[in-house]
Design a protein around this ligand. Structure first.
Ligand code: SAM
Length: 298
């Protein structure tokens, strides 16, 4: 079974990028009255404690969400970043930062007042499925949220196109298996054939591995072939170079960068990110290599 547990990584810089973009996309999509279906193909546990054993072992939130809230506020803070900070703060008592919402809770927060919207969560890990089920039960969301203990890449197929004809699909695998990269591209290709007007948001790590390097290129090709617009955004917080400690031991840098690729993005997303990304870099940078990229097409 997989060993990846998102609880070790919750609130890290990759989550800041992913969840800021996810929230911005959703906020735009709920401006229309028509029903929306949201798919989260790799849901995780839904809610995380930043003061729990998992989070404290890796301390990744300290270089992500917690670093943002500890920094001197930049003025004026970009609306997308402020919205993300406010949403996460809403899960905590004033001034405390112990709870971090994963994608299922962020999505629910945005659609909860809209009974017509549906959220379908896929999670394969038995422990995370159990925790997710218990966390979601507290929301008393009834039939609005469905949890499927299935392979998200395959399981989503049967729901496309959704009856609502409006959907956002978030694909956020752990990439623990090298084959995940190819499966993401295959799932997006298949989904575009079934439902070309859906909005697709894929998170991916930027690491020195050919499959990781190729994934955004493949997604761009898929979007262009389908004649659909796309947006790619990346956040780098530090150098990816290996270093050595005093004893000559090689130190791996941990995750230095990640990206989000969106097909059929809201037309407002690029302008929003143009304001938010320089601030995200400024607040989360770990060395002089910190930067972002933002491109769009179609
Ligand atoms: N989307 C979550 C968030 O933003 O809060 C984090 C998800 S985490 C990066 C990836 C999750 O996918 C893990 O909980 C893992 O157990 C699960 N997983 C791995 N392979 C899967 C598959 N084929 N189908 C569904 N879930 C899978």
């Amino acid at each position: 079974m997989f060993s990846y547990r998102h609880a070790f990584h919750a609130g890290n810089h990759a989550d800041v990028l992913k969840h800021t973009v996810l929230l911005a996309v959703l906020r735009h999509m709920v401006q229309k009255d028509a029903a929306l279906t949201v798919f989260d193909t790799h849901a995780g546990a839904g809610l995380y404690r930043l003061d729990g054993d998992y989070a404290q072992t890796s301390a990744e939130a300290a270089e992500g969400y917690l670093k943002l809230v500890a920094s001197k506020p930049v003025e004026p803070i970009a609306p997308l970043l402020q919205d993300y900070l406010d949403l996460v703060a809403g899960f905590n008592k004033q001034g405390s930062h112990k709870v971090y919402p994963g994608s299922p809770f962020i999505i629910h927060q945005v659609i909860q007042e809209r009974d017509r919207d549906k959220l379908k969560l896929f999670e394969l890990h038995p422990t995370d499925t159990k925790t997710l089920t218990a966390n979601i039960a507290q929301l008393e969301a009834g039939r609005q949220i469905a949890i499927l203990r299935e392979d998200g890449f395959e399981g989503v197929k049967k729901f496309l196109p959704p009856p609502s004809r409006r959907a956002l699909l978030l694909c956020d695998p752990s990439y623990e298996l090298k084959t995940d990269y190819g499966r993401v591209a295959a799932m997006v290709a298949d989904s575009l054939q079934r439902f070309v007007t859906g909005t697709y948001a894929v998170w991916y790590p930027i690491i020195p591995r050919p499959e990781a390097h190729d994934l955004p290129k493949k997604l761009k090709t898929l979007a262009n072939k389908a004649g659909k617009s796309w947006l790619g955004v990346t956040l780098t917080v530090k150098s990816s170079k290996l270093t050595q400690d005093d004893a000559g031991e090689v130190i791996r840098p941990g995750l230095p960068a990640s990206g989000m690729f969106i097909i059929n993005p809201p037309h407002t997303l690029k302008a929003g990110l143009q304001k938010a990304m320089p601030q995200m870099v400024e607040l989360l940078k770990q060395d002089a290599n910190a930067t972002f990229t933002l491109e769009s097409g179609g």
